[in-house]
Write a new protein. Structure first.
Lengths: 112, 112
């Protein structure tokens, strides 16, 4: 069964520091990923998507995609306490692009 | 932003009882999904639907039924609730393949 694996499970970063989160799919047909952010007690909200090899930057957030290794990473620079949340990576399910498989998430804590 | 409304916000149910979780979206989305989230973890797909009057099984359908009577409404039914079904349930919708998911605020279900 297709899996999406995220690492690390949890991460503590000092305020102003760089946070780096990783995600890999076991399905060789996956060619794009989504990143969602979920603050405690809230619903997930789409943060960024990446459909092409390379890098995509939006403000303090940068996403990388390497289709050959089925790997994506999310980098947050100048981390703020408000970035503390559960970060979920998602990839489309085998041969069914409408369904998303989510990883178990990375819990990010920003220490003031 | 797309609006997805879930009811109830929280529910306490007894083991063996019937539970119905409701979801309503007002954005003309064709695709609707039910996910389950256990504390601090990722999302697992229970059932989904691409069109009214039709539902599909997700990754963990056992113990759950779904109903899509109209484009706007999608329900999740637990005929015989069990302790293991204690979780937060999220409904989501989108307009199709490769499109972002919009989540409801979630329903916290406690089965005692």
């Amino acid at each position: 069964q297709q899996k999406v694996q995220q690492s690390p499970e949890s991460l503590i970063v000092p305020e102003g520091g760089m946070a780096s989160l990783n995600c890999t799919s076991s399905d060789r047909n996956v060619d794009y990923f989504w990143w969602y952010r979920q603050h405690s007690g809230k619903s997930p909200k789409m943060l960024m998507s990446i459909f092409s090899n390379g890098e995509k930057e939006e403000g303090r957030f940068t996403v990388h995609l390497n289709k050959a290794s089925l790997h994506t990473s999310l980098h947050i620079r100048d981390s703020q306490p408000s970035d503390s949340a559960l970060y979920l990576c998602a990839a489309p399910m085998n041969y069914n692009q409408g369904k998303l498989i989510f990883g178990q998430g990375t819990k990010l804590s920003i220490k003031p | 932003e797309a609006a997805v409304t879930q009811s109830p916000r929280s529910k306490v149910a007894v083991t063996g009882g019937k539970v119905t979780l409701s979801c309503h979206q007002t954005n003309n989305h064709d695709y609707m999904y039910w996910y389950r989230q256990d504390t601090g973890h990722g999302l697992r797909l229970i059932h989904y639907s691409y069109v009214a009057d039709s539902t599909e099984k997700g990754d963990i359908p056992d113990g759950y039924k779904a109903s899509r009577p109209s484009q706007e409404n999608f329900s999740l039914i637990l005929e015989l609730a069990s302790l293991s079904q204690t979780a937060v349930y999220f409904c989501a919708s989108n307009s199709g393949t490769n499109e972002r998911l919009f989540f409801g605020h979630g329903t916290k279900l406690s089965v005692l």
